[in-house]
Design a protein around this ligand. Structure first.
Ligand code: ZN
Ligand code: ZN
Ligand code: ZN
Length: 374
């Protein structure tokens, strides 16, 4: 894992483990296995990713002590977390021992939830060690992570403000005659300067490239009058992410038909944001954006869901997508990012992060949403 984490907030860890057991109980699982990644960061404050040596937290649903399994060479750097003080049964292992048997010793394994991004390497070996009936832990952890607490909301507000400051400066770098990659390098540096731990993604998609929603950067030279989609974000040191898209016109306002289509997109994004309030379903927010584009015959160019949850992951539950009847609740945070993508020609997207409040919606990104001529 390579990090030397600060002591975990004991009250917070206990509260989250209690909620995990409760959600696991509702899901009818005997234990939940969580490997390194944002689920483990959420539960224990421990960042890092999975390697070939097994590290995991096993939380029995019946209230028995959680078990933390760690290679001895990794645990040397993790003692500062104070896991023993939290009542966690720490079991270290050395190369040559079987960490899977160690993880499951004394644990009821009739139905075990395994965190979604666990490598198959570990999931299969846990199965061989006795966890034969595995289910995904995603639906369980979603119950915890989806509704943000006030401290998490504050981190997401700070992240939103930081990426807004970067967008405010895009005109300094985005000019006709420069390549997407040159503009992207300047933006990446500003993402860090404005308070992020790193620039996680930088999309500068010009002209026909803007019709590819996940285009990143290329050596294409931006031409005067083209639309440029700039979709950027990254984590703060707390791990909470920003993600914001604005569409710029390079040096010159676009032709009338494109300007009209952009106006419809802006109206679609606004309609989806103002529809946000507790009780409204995720699919209703998606439909609010899509309906506006349909009126202009542009819905066939909107080729992805309207948004995704955001927190310790850039993309997490809930997804704002047709078929999701999940009702919004206060504390849920997600993107509202409709786009129009005309293959081979042009594209545009507008993306804000929003938080569901007790009565409606709070926008965490606040830059103007008009087509900005730079
Ligand atoms: Zn995306
Ligand atoms: Zn997004
Ligand atoms: Zn984005």
């Amino acid at each position: 894992m390579g990090t030397s984490p600060a002591a975990a907030d004991a009250a917070l860890v206990r509260r989250r483990l209690d909620r995990l057991r409760e959600a696991a109980d509702h899901a009818g699982v005997a234990a939940t296995v969580v490997t390194p990644g944002s689920d483990l960061r959420y539960l224990l404050g421990l960042s890092g990713s999975s390697f070939e040596r097994l590290t995991c937290l096993v939380v029995p649903t019946d209230g028995a002590s959680p078990v933390f399994v760690s290679p001895a060479l990794e645990y040397a750097g993790l003692t500062g977390l104070g896991l023993e003080g939290l009542g966690v049964d720490v079991r270290t292992w050395v190369d040559g021992e079987d960490p899977y048997a160690l993880a499951l010793a004394g644990i009821a394994t009739d139905r075990v939830a395994v965190s979604d991004l666990t490598p198959a390497l570990h999931a299969f070996r846990l199965r061989e060690a006795g966890a034969t009936h595995q289910v995904l832990a995603g639906p369980i952890l979603r119950e915890l992570r989806m509704r943000k607490d006030p401290a998490e909301l504050e981190q997401l507000r700070l992240a939103g403000a930081a990426i807004d400051r970067v967008h405010a400066r895009v005109g300094e770098w985005l000019q006709p005659g420069r390549t997407e990659a040159e503009v992207g390098a300047d933006i990446a540096a500003a993402i860090v300067e404005e308070g992020h731990a790193l620039a996680d993604f930088v999309i500068v998609a010009s002209g026909p490239n803007a019709a590819s929603p996940h285009h990143s950067l290329s050596d294409r030279v931006i031409e005067r009058g083209e639309l440029v989609v700039v979709d950027i974000g990254g984590p703060l040191t707390s791990g909470y992410n920003s993600d914001c898209t604005r569409t710029y016109a390079a040096g010159l306002a676009p032709a009338r038909d494109i300007a009209c289509a952009y106006a419809a997109l802006q109206a679609a994004q606004e309609a989806a944001v103002v529809a946000v309030r507790p009780g409204v379903t995720c699919e209703a927010i998606d439909e609010a954006a899509r309906a506006v584009l349909r009126e202009s015959g542009l819905d066939r160019y909107f080729i992805h869901r309207t948004g995704h949850g955001i927190g310790l992951d850039v993309h997490e539950e809930p997804y704002i997508v047709a078929g999701s009847n999940l009702p919004l609740e206060p504390g849920i945070t997600f993107s509202v990012e409709p786009g129009v993508y005309v293959p081979g020609e042009w594209g545009a997207r507008i993306e804000d992060i929003v938080a569901v409040t007790e009565t409606g919606v709070e926008r965490l990104n606040n830059r103007p949403r008009d087509l900005i001529v730079v």
